[in-house]
Design a protein around this ligand. Structure first.
Ligand SMILES: NC(=O)c1ccc[n+]([C@@H]2O[C@H](COP(=O)([O-])OP(=O)(O)OC[C@H]3O[C@@H](n4cnc5c(N)ncnc54)[C@H](O)[C@@H]3O)[C@@H](O)[C@H]2O)c1
Length: 273
């Protein structure tokens, strides 16, 4: 591994599992000093011990806890260079006609309010430091393409992209870059729950990939490492889609057109007849 994140102080939310845990591993391997945060105390503190990182309990839907996590990172390491707003879950599922307002609000609080808190408090700290920084939030294919995820989840993840663009345009004056990563289906405990087990999750991920292979947390962690690094110093307000091309190539609706013999469907304009 190169040490492209040497001595950068990085706070990752939801880092006890899946993409966040793998990001913690790869950030440490790249030389970063990592603060792992999560509501899962056992898994989060175990990973922190394994990596020689710090662990802090944070519920990202509570603004004061996100603010405290930023303060703790600064107390421990003297500064904050990178904030990864990663914590998440699926949230409200089922028909829009039956969705309870409480479930809708809870979903948005964990997936979208949290990103607002993360950008706000990490951004304020980075502005005080006066040497820029990188804030990266997890969006999703569900926020990019229509009809892919549950309703509240998709709205939250589309909101992450809008907030990323808005915050990036404001915070650029302080040298703070704000970007998002939008994964397609990645094999993690979150997806295991959706599919009912790891084997089925892997099969689902392969079936959903135009490249015919399952995306693993390593691939998303790699995108996060790049956006956190100085190699991405001019990448700002961007949503890096890591979905094997599903968002443009994978829908079954377009596949039926690709399978037809080449030709023209519809009335040919006169000048071409
Ligand atoms: N796995 C995918 O296919 C996929 C695709 C697109 C986007 N994402 C996004 O990537 C992020 C990580 O997902 P994952 O697949 O690694 O899931 P995961 O379930 O493996 O990990 C999510 C972590 O977030 C933590 N968490 C949940 N609610 C929290 C809260 N209120 N406060 C703090 N921590 C909390 C969990 O304890 C867990 O450790 C999420 O934002 C998810 O929406 C995942």
């Amino acid at each position: 591994m190169s040490e492209r994140l040497k001595d950068k102080v990085v706070l990752i939310t939801g880092a006890a599992s899946g993409i966040g845990a793998q990001a913690a591993r790869q950030f440490v391997a790249e030389g970063a000093r990592v603060v792992i945060s999560d509501v899962n105390i056992d898994a989060g503190s175990k990973l922190a011990r394994e990596l020689g990182a710090t662990f802090v309990t944070v519920d990202v839907s509570v603004e004061g806890q996100v603010r405290s996590a930023v303060s703790l990172a600064v107390e421990q390491h003297g500064r904050l260079d990178c904030m990864i707003n990663n914590a998440g879950m699926v949230g409200a599922v089922g028909s829009i006609l039956d969705t309870r307002a409480d479930d809708w609000h809870r979903t948005l609080s964990v997936l979208l309010d949290s990103v607002f808190y993360g950008i706000k408090h990490a951004g304020a700290q980075m502005r005080r430091q006066g040497s820029g920084g990188s804030i990266i939030s997890l969006s999703s294919l569900a926020g990019v393409a229509g009809g892919v995820g549950p309703h509240a989840y998709s709205v939250a993840k589309a909101g992450v992209i809008a907030l990323t663009r808005g915050a990036a345009s404001e915070l650029a004056q302080y040298g703070i870059r704000v970007n998002a990563v939008a994964p397609g289906l990645v094999v993690t405990p979150l997806v295991d729950k959706v599919y009912g087990g790891r084997d089925k999750a892997e099969q689902g991920a392969v079936a959903n990939s135009p490249l015919g292979s399952a995306a693993m947390p390593e691939e998303i962690a790699e995108a996060l490492c790049y956006l956190a690094s100085d190699e991405a110093r001019h990448v700002n307000a961007h949503t890096l889609v890591v979905d094997s091309g599903v968002s443009v190539a994978g829908s079954s609706a377009s596949a039926q057109f690709h399978a037809r013999p080449a030709g023209f469907l519809g009335t040919m304009p006169k000048q071409y007849q």
